[in-house]
Design a protein around this ligand. Structure first.
Ligand SMILES: [Zn+2]
Length: 440
């Protein structure tokens, strides 16, 4: 199993091909370091899938080859990540996202888990276990045999509780099973608004409170009443919106439904957006904006070099092939800086919207799968380069240039403003005029 999550990283290249990736089955002694000098001879023997990856390999003789655990950024094995990898790839029950939520008390979630596994000692369950008892439910005036379906959904008390809340939330209240109830009551369990929190937890609380009331009657005597259960449920959900701050807004009609329950939770803070625009740098200096983009496993990059008046010095739009967004972001900086060097531009301010790239270049660490492209980038970096992160809204021209590469699928660099694609031109002109873009 662990093979799926491991990979080799070539550093001194002493590992033989077979042990590492296995495209060269013929020669078990041949190391990557040996073959890399005459790679053109070997490429025809290797599956095309590997070509691109092999060409990117940069050897470093000082460090031995490394075994990488692909599920962590550092490449070091972590049992936690490995456990999560298998857990997430396993089968997922629809009810788990509706029951295991941070705003539902663990006791209630645990009870729901038990009932979903039929592990509640209702009379019928005890009978099926071989203990002969006379079953007589405590939830109806005309007693029935007590099983989960009857007690929680079909009994007189249960029906009036479901009807009470069903009318408030305007949803059907006749259910056949716990799973059925969960599906109907919690259509979008991941939304984090007061309304969804209340509606999702109500269904769990109703089921647990019915059970608590039933046990109370069985052991202490008295009668089960729907009013008591409704009040207990209401008490449990009343302060949900205050204890667990919602992240999303509830709509007007949802707020009315909550008001009918006597719940007046706060709405989340509405974040005010800010206007951002591209700013030219000090007179006599240049600014390079780069951006990477990834779509359907392919990635591209774009960038533009402008002078202090916002005039174009050069632009590029490049198709990088297979790769991730982060790969493209770093590679775009490298390509942009190479262009600067070839134009003889020294002090340049680099702007990218990727914080990861900025952190990598500031030597704050980089993930194992980006190390090769990071090296390529670091070869272009000089001490006088300044790199900063900007918002996407300040980086629109580079963004459009990166997107344009999906159309032409090649590397293009241009040194004038002529023949600019329409969408790039629009962004370029609005930057030059100092028009800001809104960021929510
Ligand atoms: Zn009953």
């Amino acid at each position: 199993m662990a093979r799926r999550a491991r990979r080799y990283k070539f550093l001194d290249g002493k590992l033989d091909w077979r042990g590492a990736i296995g495209p060269l089955q013929c020669d078990r002694q041949l190391t990557l370091a040996k073959s890399l000098s005459q790679i053109a001879d070997y490429l025809p023997l290797i599956q095309t899938y590997w070509h691109e990856k092999i060409v990117r390999v940069k050897l470093d003789e000082k460090q031995p080859d490394r075994l990488i655990f692909t599920l962590t950024q550092t490449g070091i094995f972590s049992s936690k990540e490995y456990y999560n990898f298998w857990r997430k790839n396993g089968r997922r029950q629809h009810w788990s996202v509706r029951v295991w939520l941070n705003y539902i008390p663990p006791k209630t979630s645990g009870f729901m888990w038990k009932i979903l596994h039929h592990a509640i000692p209702v009379d019928l369950r005890i009978v099926t276990r071989g203990i002969p008892i006379m079953s007589r439910c405590v939830c109806c005036n005309n007693p029935h045999q007590e099983d989960i379906r009857h007690l929680f959904f079909k009994s007189e008390v249960a029906q009036s509780v479901w009807r009470h809340f069903g009318l408030i939330f305007r949803i059907p209240w006749a259910f056949e099973s716990v799973k059925h109830a969960l599906r109907i009551w919690t259509p979008k369990p991941k939304t984090h608004s007061t309304y969804v929190m209340v509606r999702t937890s109500v269904v769990c609380h109703i089921i647990r409170e019915i059970w608590i009331a039933r046990c109370k009657v069985v052991y202490d005597g008295g009668v089960m009443t729907a009013t008591d259960i409704c009040q207990c449920v209401l008490h449990k959900v009343k302060y949900l919106g205050i204890v667990h701050r919602p992240h999303q807004m509830s709509t007007k009609s949802q707020l009315l439904q909550l008001a009918a329950l006597g719940i007046y939770g706060p709405q989340p803070m509405v974040r005010r957006g800010v206007w951002h625009k591209w700013e030219p740098h000090a007179v006599g200096t240049y600014k390079l904006n780069t951006d990477g983009s990834a779509k359907e496993e392919m990635c591209t990059g774009g960038g533009i070099i402008r002078n202090s008046e916002g005039g174009i010095i050069a632009r590029f739009s490049a198709f990088f092939g297979k790769g991730t967004n982060n790969y493209a972001e770093i590679f775009a900086v490298a390509v942009g800086l190479r262009l600067c060097h070839s134009l003889g531009i020294g002090a340049v301010v680099v702007e990218t919207d990727s914080l990861l790239t900025v952190n990598a270049i500031k030597k704050l660490g980089v993930a194992w799968d980006l190390e090769y492209v990071y090296w390529i980038c670091m070869q272009q970096i000089r001490p006088y380069h300044k790199i900063t992160q900007v918002f996407r809204q300040e980086n629109t021209v580079a963004d459009r240039l990166a997107n344009w590469a999906y159309t032409h699928k090649s590397y293009q660099e241009v040194f004038s403003r002529n023949n600019m694609p329409q969408e790039v031109k629009a962004a370029y002109i609005s930057d030059k005029l100092g028009i800001a873009n809104f960021r929510k």
